[in-house]
Design a protein around this ligand. Structure first.
Ligand SMILES: [Zn+2]
Length: 474
């Protein structure tokens, strides 16, 4: 009996090796002949894991913001945008700080508008009243749509424009669900995004209770349309690292995450890394203190998203991070690079973000293949995909076409994006089992029918894919 069982195991092993071989070979052949559209359809249809590096507000496409802004009228929120400059004064103000006066398409809520002088009020228009041309300009004002726009446009104008839009918890929750729907359609089963509970206001400008925002998220993500996406969602709390009071914020959010584990799984640190005020070791003593008090708070921290070499990735591991966001300059720190080979730390790779924010001039400079093929765990993620007007398939397409990925490498990337998620062990295993099951089904279909088996799928692609890959979808 034992012998039979052993023979059976041998057979299973053999069959899986043969099929693994054949799908890899078939994918190599497919790469050589596939049109851009067919490759895109294939990558859109293939099962993927999770998006581990995702900023919820930066992930909203302009069109999604627009329709959600209109939808929010039912909750009493009315939004205005600045469409002209009447030379009223040096600086406009809104509830969330100073915004450069000369900037167009700054969005504010009605209660903020009422606080402005009548001169300044005359510069704004209700967003639903924009004419066709104004609407197009508004849509383009919060995404990188021109080749001249890059890092400064992103860090200095986009966020200032959407500040007030980020203060409505209903809109926030609905747009996360919108992301879940889009990710679900391209084969993802998990989304780990960042969203907070502080700074939210009612239509009259009065603050929301933090616990109410938390409950609102829980309720929204349990609704039918959210569950129907097949995407599990968890949140991180992100810290703007260079602010003067960042340590206090870190203490507050760390405790909040520790005490709200149903939805929150980790803490992130974000913000321009060329602003040295937010350097990693600044937070070492605070985190050591916090680890004395709380358990179960994971750290996924941006590091190495900079042009010059430094040891920020090593320092960030010292902070306790198990995932590194971007990790672009690791090749400039060989000791840490060696430490990360075949280790427990994952680098969240954001190919499109790095190109558009000019951290690489072209992909020949990108270290992703070096990490992947040296055995450093990596996964592809989308960062602020709304502002790039792109999706996860675009990341996969970029990876395959620039770095000649094999099928096994693609499958591994998807698996990593679940294995290194901050989900609890049981849920993680469930999503991994489901992922491998979906991959097996996909492989069988591709082996039998090649791309013909997926021709009925119409990928939802956006302007990034249209401009860069000449894949212009719906
Ligand atoms: Zn990021």
């Amino acid at each position: 009996m034992k012998k039979v069982f052993l023979l059976f195991l041998l057979w299973v092993n053999l069959v899986s090796q043969v099929s693994a071989k054949s799908i890899d070979a078939e994918f190599e052949a497919f790469k050589k002949t596939a049109s851009a559209q067919d490759m895109y359809t294939f990558l859109y249809a293939m099962p993927k894991g999770g998006d581990l590096h995702n900023h919820s507000t930066g992930s909203n496409r302009s069109e999604w913001w627009y329709s959600e802004i209109l939808n929010q009228q039912k909750n009493g929120y009315i939004y205005y945008t600045k469409i002209k400059i009447n030379n009223c004064k040096g600086y406009g103000t809104n509830e969330f700080g100073r915004t450069p006066y000369l900037m167009l398409f700054v969005n504010i809520q009605e209660f903020e508008l009422k606080k402005l002088s009548s001169c300044e009020q005359s510069e704004y228009k209700r967003i639903q009243d924009l004419d066709t041309q104004q609407k197009q300009a508004w849509l383009n004002s919060i995404r990188l749509d021109k080749s001249t726009e890059g890092r400064d446009e992103f860090f200095q104008t986009h966020w200032a424009r959407i500040n007030s839009l980020m203060a409505n918890p209903y809109m926030q929750a609905n747009l996360i669900v919108k992301n879940m729907q889009a990710f679900g359609a391209e084969g993802l089963s998990y989304l780990e995004t960042d969203a907070g509970v502080r700074g939210f206001v009612h239509p009259d400008g009065s603050p929301f209770e933090k616990e109410n925002v938390y409950q609102l998220y829980l309720t929204r993500f349990a609704q039918k349309d959210a569950l129907a996406t097949g995407v599990t969602v968890k949140l991180q709390y992100s810290l703007l690292r260079f602010l003067p009071n960042a340590e206090d914020s870190l203490k507050w959010m760390y405790e909040f995450v520790a005490t709200h584990p149903e939805l929150y799984v980790g803490v992130d640190m974000v913000g321009r890394e060329d602003n040295e005020k937010g350097h990693p070791l600044r937070f070492l003593s605070t985190l050591r203190q916090l680890r004395h008090q709380h358990h179960s708070v994971n750290l996924s921290i941006h590091a190495g998203e900079s042009d010059e070499p430094n040891q920020h990735i090593r320092d960030t591991l010292l902070l306790g991070a198990t995932r590194i966001g971007h990790g672009l300059n690791l090749t400039g720190d060989p000791d840490t690079l060696l430490l990360m080979r075949y280790n427990q730390y994952l680098i969240e790779i954001n190919l499109i973000s790095n190109l558009l924010l000019e951290y690489v001039d072209d992909y020949s400079q990108h270290p992703f293949p070096e990490y992947l093929r040296l055995g450093i765990p990596v996964a592809l993620s989308t960062d602020d995909r709304g502002m790039w007007d792109s999706n996860m398939t675009d990341e996969y397409f970029t990876a395959v076409t620039h770095f000649n990925l094999s099928w096994s490498e693609l499958v591994k990337l998807g698996a990593n994006s679940l294995s290194y998620s901050f989900l609890d062990g049981k849920k993680k295993q469930q999503l991994l089992d489901d992922y491998y099951h979906r991959v097996a089904t996909f492989e069988a279909k591709f082996t039998q029918q090649n791309i013909q088996g997926f021709k009925h799928i119409k990928p939802e692609s956006y302007s990034f894919a249209c401009k860069r890959f000449k894949v212009c979808g719906n």
